[in-house]
Ligand binder design. Structure first.
Ligand code: PLP
Length: 467
């Protein structure tokens, strides 16, 4: 017996509803092989719909082999259309837990997530003005497939910009535009690593980065970090790595800047072991004291792979980052990029190129640096006022986050849950460690996307739990 529920207010056409429900019942075995379906007239009357609707749904099911029609005797379920394990409609459309969500309800939850820029300050008007012009006037040929390395205009613009701001020595032909730094990590994993390869990596480090390197079976060798960054004297030559991963301008998460002596040590190590240095420069544009730090790439372009991103300077939603490669790797990376997604979206790249060329990026950075400095100072002041000598703040010179180290506390899941229940999302350094147990009393405070009021309120709420 066919039992169908349809909704006349649904956006799904009734024919489609009837078709889907009967098909599902056949695949699930609720309607058996050989079973006779009601005539189109009967079913149309039962459902109070027009007969042509039922006829059309039946016709489609007959055409796809679910039903057969026997002249003069009716419509029957065809054989061989039962599918074991077929998911029901409800199972198929069960809500999926979002992989990552930004807290929108700022009143109820104050989120100190790191690495998120001030989204309110995205230069919407300037970006939109350039976007309009690009959409209206872009060369028609650029609307087709382009080369995997990305827009020539953006790569030319970037090579000038990077030399001026970061001391990077490269031709535009050494740049490959990627979908954020994350895609650059994945491409390098596929290019340089295989089962048994070794990666030396800072510890702590953004949790996902060693996870990406391990996707190809590489073994990870953590090198501890102090207030200056990776302790390069601990790099061991016995374990010849394929690559060494560092965030030298602003170590994530502890915040150190790698001194020249350690940079040289790192370069010497890479030379001796014939390994690559992967330099991830994710947020160094926002340096609050002292001159900007130059890249390691500028010291040793042959073996350094430099990675940059626009996620922190502008917005993570753009998904635009880039690799600056030694010449020997360019062609291989282009092939892998092409096999991944052909190339990153051209129009966004051209908009970004114009945004940089017109001088808007530099102005935006200057403006945002001032704003982030105010937010950072407010956070330092609030932490000091609430926790006095119980807290030690570090890693404050650059970027969108800092570290607060508390006396006599270990941030267990229970405490973090309690803090969350009290309206604050906060992130422990321990989450990003490879060797556990050395940073239990440290928290990462991202302040880029919070107002001063929210920062103050968040620290006050925290104080209620960490008494
Ligand atoms: C150390 C580090 N590098 C790079 C990135 C940027 O990733 P993407 O450019 O893919 O947004 C992040 C993201 O938080 C990060 O923590």
């Amino acid at each position: 017996m066919v039992w169908i529920e349809i909704s006349k207010t649904s956006e799904i056409p009734i024919i489609q509803q009837v078709y889907v429900k009967i098909r599902e019942q056949i695949l699930l075995g609720e309607l058996h092989e050989g079973e006779r379906l009601p005539s189109s007239r009967e079913l149309a009357e039962t459902l109070n719909v027009s007969r042509s609707v039922i006829l059309e749904a039946y016709d489609q099911l007959i055409a796809e082999g679910y039903l057969k029609s026997k002249q003069g005797s009716g419509t029957f379920v065809e054989s061989g259309a039962l599918l074991e394990g077929f998911p029901t409609f409800k199972e198929t459309f069960a809500p999926v837990k979002p992989f990552y969500s930004i807290t929108n309800n700022k009143d109820s939850l104050i989120d100190f997530r790191s690495g998120v820029p001030c989204l309110e300050m995205f230069p919407r008007k300037k970006w939109a003005r350039i976007a309009k012009d690009v959409y209206e006037n872009i060369d028609t040929s650029l609307l087709g497939y382009s080369s995997p390395e990305g827009s020539e205009e953006l790569r030319n613009t970037l090579s000038n910009y990077l030399y001026k701001t970061r001391g990077i020595k490269c031709l535009s032909s050494q740049i490959v535009i990627t979908s954020g730094a994350t895609q650059a990590f994945t491409i390098l994993t596929n290019l340089l690593l295989k089962s048994g390869s070794k990666v030396m990596i800072e510890d702590p480090v953004t949790k996902e980065i060693p996870e990406i390197f391990m996707e190809r079976g590489a073994s990870i060798h953590p090198i501890p970090v102090d207030e200056y960054g990776m302790k390069t004297e601990l790099l061991s030559q016995e374990r010849q790595p394929s690559l060494v991963f560092v965030t030298p301008s602003h170590q994530f998460p502890l915040g150190g800047t790698l001194p020249i002596q350690r940079r040289i040590q790192l370069i010497q190590f890479a030379k001796k072991t014939n390994s690559y240095i992967v330099e991830d420069d994710y947020d160094s544009e926002f340096r609050y004291s002292g001159p900007p730090v130059s890249s390691i790439q500028g010291l040793f372009p042959d073996r350094v792979i430099y990675i940059g991103t626009f996620s922190k300077i502008l917005s993570p939603s753009l998904r635009l980052g880039y690799l600056v490669l030694p010449n020997s790797l360019v062609e291989k990376v282009k092939t892998l990029k092409r096999y991944t997604d052909y190339h990153s979206p051209t129009i966004e790249q051209v908009i970004l190129a114009r945004f940089i060329k017109d001088g808007h990026l530099e102005k935006h950075i200057v403006k945002m640096r001032k704003l982030y400095k105010i937010q950072r100072d407010c956070l330092i002041k609030s932490l000091k006022e609430e926790f006095k000598e119980r807290v030690k703040v570090s890693g404050t010179s650059t970027g969108l986050h800092l570290i607060a180290e508390f006396n006599n506390i270990s941030f267990s899941k229970k405490i973090l849950d309690e803090i969350k229940n009290n309206g604050v999302n906060i992130y422990p350094v321990e989450k990003h460690t490879l060797v556990k147990g050395h940073h239990n009393n440290k928290l990462i405070f991202g302040y880029g996307n919070l107002t001063e009021k929210e920062i103050e309120a968040g620290v006050r709420r925290l104080k209620k739990i960490i008494v």
